[in-house]
Design a protein around this ligand. Structure first.
Ligand code: G3H
Ligand code: 13P
Ligand code: ZN
Length: 322
């Protein structure tokens, strides 16, 4: 099947109590690792491209890599999505250039300015058969190159979501309930420590999610910043010459719970980075004489595939839903 929008995916996910994974893609090995896992598990999947990914790999290369994945995996629905679009021009360029979904992230603007920009993107996107994700509330971490310190994030205000969605016409809404971008989602001061000394983060604000769901029945909600930062990868990075103290993510069981509620799209990027970096570091340490990139990119790609397969089966619940 050709690239799809997320409309049908989200309806089935909402009704079925699961979520679709949205994984960031930056190169061929990442596209292959994700889509091989989704293909084998018969799972729908969203491949998302950030402004930084476009700057790194070039729009055309990324679109063509995704188109190749669609040809190689004809039985699963794949959507191509712009992650954190920060201007009308960037969204338009992706809409004109083959994407089936775009995010306009005007969450750092005022409520009225967020509505105005989101509405402008929605009008253009819908006229071209493309769907739009918008955002209300601010996640900690780095978004649109705006750095928000942990503790300075602002949760989505449920009393605003209905007006926002009806005035903009957006198709899905990213909300802030305590997730954040990157591999250091919480400061040590925000966490407790378990018996192994690993940081345990504060729980997500399910009360905020449930209030938003009441205001927007049946409407797909998106969670950004949803990497779990698996400690096996953090250990691997640290064991083989890296230095990532106190890297911590969102516990998988909380994401699983969100997926059974209105959350239809769960964004994962940092876990891909960790899977690749941990395995490449290990490979270099164990094979200091090797220098063929295929040798170390192969286990890195396999690690992405294994990690995505785990998410599909045990976090998202999207296996067999293609
Ligand atoms: O939310 C941000 C994503 O992880 C993309 O990150 O802008 O470094 O590609 P990036
Ligand atoms: P992570 O940094 O938690 O992987 O979040 C990725 C994301 O939200 C992309 O938009
Ligand atoms: Zn994000």
């Amino acid at each position: 099947m050709p690239l799809v929008t997320t409309t049908e995916m989200f309806k089935k996910a909402y009704d079925g109590g699961y979520a679709v994974g949205a994984f960031n893609v930056n190169n061929m090995e990442i596209v292959q690792g994700i889509t091989e896992a989704a293909g084998e598990l018969k799972s729908p999947v969203i491949l998302q491209v950030s402004k930084g990914a476009r700057a790194y790999a070039n729009h055309t290369y990324l679109v063509k890599l995704v188109e190749a994945a669609v040809i190689e995996n004809p039985e699963i629905p794949i959507a191509l999505h712009l992650d954190h679009g920060d201007s009308f021009e960037l969204c338009k360029s992706c809409i004109d250039g083959g994407f089936t979904s775009v995010m306009i992230d005007a969450s750092s603007k005022s409520f009225e300015d967020n509505i105005a920009l989101t509405k402008q993107v929605v009008e253009y996107a819908h006229a071209h058969g493309v769907v739009v994700e918008a955002e209300l509330g601010t996640l900690a971490g780095i978004e649109d190159e705006v750095v928000v310190e942990a503790g300075h994030e602002s949760y989505t205000r449920p009393e605003e979501v209905e007006e926002f969605v009806s005035r903009t016409g957006c198709d899905s809404l990213a909300i802030a309930i305590g997730t954040s971008h990157g591999a250091y989602k919480f400061t040590a001061a925000q966490c407790t420590r378990n018996e192994e000394g690993i940081l345990v983060p504060p729980p997500l604000r399910f009360d905020v999610l449930e209030e938003c769901m009441k205001k927007l029945p049946g409407f797909p909600i998106v969670l950004h910043g949803s990497s779990s930062v698996p400690q096996e990868f953090v250990k691997m990075v640290n064991q083989y010459g890296g230095n990532m103290p106190d890297a911590v993510g969102i516990p998988e069981e909380q994401l699983r719970k969100a997926a059974t509620l209105a959350v239809c799209k769960i964004n994962i990027d940092s876990d891909i980075r960790l899977a690749m970096t941990g395995n490449i570091r290990k490979y270099f340490a164990e094979h200091p004489d090797h220098f063929d990139p295929r040798q170390y990119l192969k286990p890195a790609r396999q690690a992405v595939k294994d990690m995505v397969a785990h998410k599909i089966q045990y976090v998202l619940g999207s296996d067999g839903k293609a």
